[in-house]
Design a protein. Structure first.
Length: 584
């Protein structure tokens, strides 16, 4: 009995141990199978990633022949640049040109299910996209096409709501001009791909984009928006008042050559440059070259005083017209007598100016004008620069006519720069559209002595006090300058009724800091001017109003020399040539 009981108790224990061994073996087999499956799955995923990577490399480096770059590739090429296009600001940091992120619409025709349906829906959402245009773009086997660049957020939302397969958006940059037409010719504009086409946008294109391994630069112009607005506002008023074809104006800092304002009318909105006509694109300040009339007598007089062929007490016989070959030189307001140098300048005598230049001589006349920058295009930071029209060969008749502003065509920019040199102490500083760096030396060259410059300031002041420029007088500020009324050249010679009226002045004249030039193209007289369209009636008042508006902005204190007060000597009586008093 005892033995049987033990055998019965041992049998269940053996069966339990065997079951445990079987379960452990089955578990190990399951783990091994799981490991194999994981290895197989991992291998498959690895192969899949290798295939995808190879395809991406193929698409990036070897796009299909004849296919356009897709947005991904365009983004990569733009990202290769150091950054987006730089900003353009005025001298005080106010924005003139900047960037705005937009969306551009593209399509992949191969991925489109129903092209005609897509054409219909897109034409409804974007009315400016005509069905024929869309059909032409979406036909064929092209893989990628642009449909519209730089959508507005509302346009993007309208297209996105269509849910069209094969249509997408690419982030893009568009150029924005917050000041509109105010600084149009100075700033210019870019094309749809942000490449500069005109103005500073074109001249500084490489710097604004950033060359390879260099970051894009922001560009600060010399323009002061406050001064720019005042000048443009007054020129617009003059164009409307005198029903003129256009106008031009500039304000220069005499010491630095900086152009604080530059206006050419008609102008344009750079944001809508596709609609601009050629006349509005033309920059009259820098690209246009004109015979500037009697304003050139400023250079003739300064030249004669500089070379010492005459002094302030001297003069010339203007009792009869000057005849040279087939030419006859007359005075518009003839005095028919001997005129002193101050009288020649103040009364704008063509005869006296011509005789004055002949005394200096052809060679020295040409050299003097060359030193003033009148015989070659100025180095100014714009692509629109006009080449002066210089007589070749330079004959004696050239000197005679150029002496009173005919026979040599220059830009208003050149004229203003030359007057800045003559009135501003006698040194020429090249004009610039860029804001000068503080404390950086400024290159200059002496043209006339300080004494001659002082004498010219006095004569310019007398023109405003006693001569043709009386309407340039500004309350509280002493302005000096010179009028110029030139007949434009047309078919058959000069046109008596097609005038170019200009006034170029400096203020405060006792110690000039700024030059202001206003030019009106073909003004027409009215009741207020008694039918006259000459510079004294049309351009001089513009300078008066501009000076009154900008002087406080620029920190110019009111002058002791008011329009009604006599200039402090040496004062020359335009009738006798006598001098008295002290210098400015």
């Amino acid at each position: 009995m005892t033995v049987e009981r033990r055998e019965t108790q041992a049998a269940p224990a053996a069966n339990g141990w065997t079951g445990r061994l079987k379960r452990e073996k089955a578990g190990r087999e399951a783990v091994d199978v799981g490991r194999v499956r994981l290895l197989v799955a991992g291998g498959l995923f690895a192969l899949l990633f290798v295939a995808l990577g190879a395809r991406l490399v193929e698409l990036s480096l070897f796009p299909g022949e004849g296919e356009r770059k897709e947005p991904r590739q365009i983004a990569q090429s733009q990202a290769a640049r150091p950054g987006e296009r730089g900003q353009i600001t005025d001298r005080n940091g106010l924005l003139l040109a900047t960037n705005l992120t937009t969306a551009s619409l593209f399509a992949r025709p191969r991925q489109m299910i129903d092209v005609e349906e897509a054409i219909r829906k897109l034409a409804e959402a974007l009315p400016d996209l005509k069905p024929d245009y869309l059909r032409e773009r979406l036909s064929g086997e092209r893989n990628f096409v642009w449909l519209k660049r730089h959508l507005t957020p509302r346009q993007q939302q309208a297209v996105n709501a269509l849910g069209l397969p094969g249509v997408g958006f690419q982030a893009d940059q568009t150029r924005v001009y917050p000041q509109g037409a105010l600084v149009a010719h100075a700033v210019g504009f870019t094309d749809i791909d942000n490449k500069g086409l005109t103005g500073a946008e074109k001249y500084f294109d490489a710097a604004l984009i950033g060359a390879e391994y260099a970051a894009p630069r922001n560009v600060a112009l010399a323009i002061d928006l406050r001064v720019q607005h005042a000048l443009r506002d007054e020129l617009l008023r003059a164009v409307e008042t005198f029903d003129a074809l256009g106008a031009a104006g500039i304000v220069l800092d005499i010491a630095t050559g900086e152009a604080l304002a530059m206006v050419s009318l008609p102008d344009f909105d750079p944001q809508r440059h596709a609609r601009i006509d050629g006349e509005a694109l033309f920059n009259r300040v820098t690209l246009g070259v004109y015979e500037m009339g009697s304003t050139f007598k400023t250079f003739t007089t300064a030249m004669a005083l500089h070379y010492g062929t005459v002094d302030m007490r001297g003069g010339y016989d203007a009792s009869a017209p000057l005849r040279y070959a087939s030419f006859t030189i007359k005075d518009d307001h003839a005095k028919n007598r001997w005129l002193s140098v101050p009288e020649i300048y103040v009364h704008s005598s063509n005869i006296g100016s011509a005789r004055m230049a002949l005394d200096v001589g052809l060679k020295r006349h040409r050299e003097f004008l060359g030193a003033l920058g009148m015989l070659e295009a100025p180095r100014f930071e714009l692509p629109e620069i006009g080449q002066p029209l210089v007589p070749k060969p330079w004959r004696e008749i050239s000197t005679i006519t150029i002496a009173f502003g005919h026979g040599l065509a220059v830009s208003p920019l050149q004229l203003a720069s030359g007057v800045a040199a003559v009135a501003g102490g006698g040194t020429y500083v090249a004009p610039t559209l860029l804001k000068r760096e503080v404390d950086k030396p400024i290159a200059s060259r002496r043209v006339v002595s300080p004494e001659v410059s002082q004498q010219m300031r006095q004569l310019m002041r007398m023109v405003v006090e006693q001569g043709t420029g009386k309407k340039a007088g500004a309350d509280g500020y002493a302005v000096g300058g010179k009028t110029g009324t030139a007949e434009k050249v047309g078919r058959g010679g000069y046109q008596r009724k097609a005038l170019l009226s200009s006034f170029v002045g400096a203020f405060p004249i006792e110690e000039p800091r700024y030059v202001v030039l206003a030019m009106i193209d073909e003004p027409k007289g009215n009741k207020q001017t008694y039918g006259f369209a000459t510079a004294g009636w049309t351009a001089a008042p513009v300078v008066s109003r501009v000076v009154t508006r900008i002087a406080p902005m620029l920190g110019v204190a009111p002058s002791e020399l008011t329009p009604a007060a006599p200039a402090r000597g040496p004062v020359v009586n335009v009738s006798t040539g006598d001098r008295r008093g002290a210098t400015f």
